[in-house]
Design a protein around this ligand. Structure first.
Ligand code: MRU
Length: 368
């Protein structure tokens, strides 16, 4: 996507230096810093500390991480035990997003088919870059399939702005291009449909107010940052036409794990008869489970992410303490929205209802 006229992605392979490079998302929107990833330890750190975040991007980073494991200093060449160890370390970086396991395993599996070191390195890079490109195309298709939803609302409103509420950052920064939840929004905007986005700030790390607002602003899309608690009020007053969110893991029966607070938006949407869509590439489905509340591991992060708030002060990014120094805090990073609250899934193969029957009809090739 374009940032100040320049094409940008959150991750890429620099062919000149043969290095994986990323945007350090911790510092956005105030600083745009690029970092190199040259070892598995650096990749794990970047995922854990959320230099890179968002399910599809974590998957792409994990995929490139397997390539890095083969070329980093002190690599152990064609040693399979070493490869498994590094892959397992990558997969342990964050527990909720399905894409991480999917991306790492996909590259690992092609590497294991090659015998020589050079062939392994080549296969790893080719496959990892395929993952990156495929996710970009998948998100573009999500945009195309999601467009009619926004078009129809716009038609019903006689061309007045369609108000879309989104939670967290499910934009291109969280993917490779277009985003998941934002893909239909970008596509609608590019097709001259009047849209306005309510951006949940998404405490504690403010992926909404820092990242979604930045992305939308750079694309010229009208948006307003709101507190995480405002959505229900706006819905009661007819100020939200549709909710579109992303997901980190969705079961084959349609239960959706996404950033903490998503469930409350789904409840409010249902109470106010507002459609609640989840946009995702198939790499985010966990085909092995049906019960999201029981079976999706929910990450618990450092309570300091809640206790401290980061922002720009005197031209410097700084952190300030909010609660009393001694008050404990609990940082559950995701929640699960049951399938019954989801109007539909927008995927790279089209839209389906949030039922096992409809999901599997769209993805019959995904064996259980
Ligand atoms: O903790 P994060 O920032 O990695 O969480 C990201 C989300 O919850 C996104 O909504 C999700 O990955 C959507 S897919 C683009």
């Amino acid at each position: 996507m374009k940032v100040d006229g320049k094409d940008m992605r959150p991750i890429w392979f620099d062919t000149a230096s043969k290095t994986v490079q990323i945007i350090d998302q911790r510092l956005l929107p105030h600083e745009l810093i690029i970092k190199d990833l040259t070892s598995v330890d650096e990749v794990i750190g970047a995922i854990k500390d959320m230099y890179v975040r968002g399910a599809p991007l974590i998957g792409a980073t994990g995929a490139l991480g397997v390539y890095i494991s083969l070329v980093q200093k002190n690599n152990r060449g064609t040693d399979n035990e070493y490869l498994e160890l590094e892959c397992n370390r990558l997969k342990d970086a964050r527990p909720t997003a399905m894409n991480l396991f999917w991306g790492v395993d996909r590259v690992r599996d092609v590497v294991l088919k090659e015998v020589s070191y050079d062939a392994r390195v080549k296969a790893a890079l080719t496959q990892a870059l395929e993952v990156v490109e495929e996710e970009a195309v998948n998100c573009q298709k999500i945009g195309e399939y999601g467009l009619p939803i926004i078009e129809e609302i716009s038609r019903q409103k006689n061309g007045k702005a369609v108000n879309i509420l989104t939670h967290c950052n499910a934009g291109w920064l969280a993917c490779v291009e277009y985003g998941t939840a934002t893909a239909p929004i970008y596509t609608a905007f590019d097709n001259h449909i009047d849209v306005h986005v309510w951006v949940d700030e998404t405490r504690p790390l403010n992926q909404g107010s820092r990242l979604t607002a930045w992305e939308l602003g750079k694309h010229g899309i009208d948006h307003t940052v709101i507190t995480d608690n405002a959505g229900g009020h706006l819905m009661q007053h007819g100020m939200v036409d549709v909710v579109i969110v992303g997901t980190d893991r969705t079961t084959r029966a349609g239960d959706v794990a996404n950033k903490i607070g998503t469930y409350l938006k789904a409840l409010a949407a249902r109470d106010n008869n507002i459609p609640f869509y989840v946009a995702l590439p198939s790499s985010t489905f966990d085909w092995s489970i049906t019960d999201g509340i029981k079976d999706i591991p929910i990450e618990e992060r450092d309570p300091d992410e809640i206790r401290y708030v980061q922002g720009l002060l005197n031209d410097k990014i700084q952190s300030v303490l909010v609660p009393p120094e001694t008050s404990p805090a609990a940082n559950h990073a995701f929640d699960v929205t049951p399938a019954r609250l989801v109007t539909g899934f927008i995927t790279e193969r089209g839209i389906c209802k949030a039922t096992q029957e409809d999901i599997m009809a769209l993805f019959p090739d995904k064996k259980i």
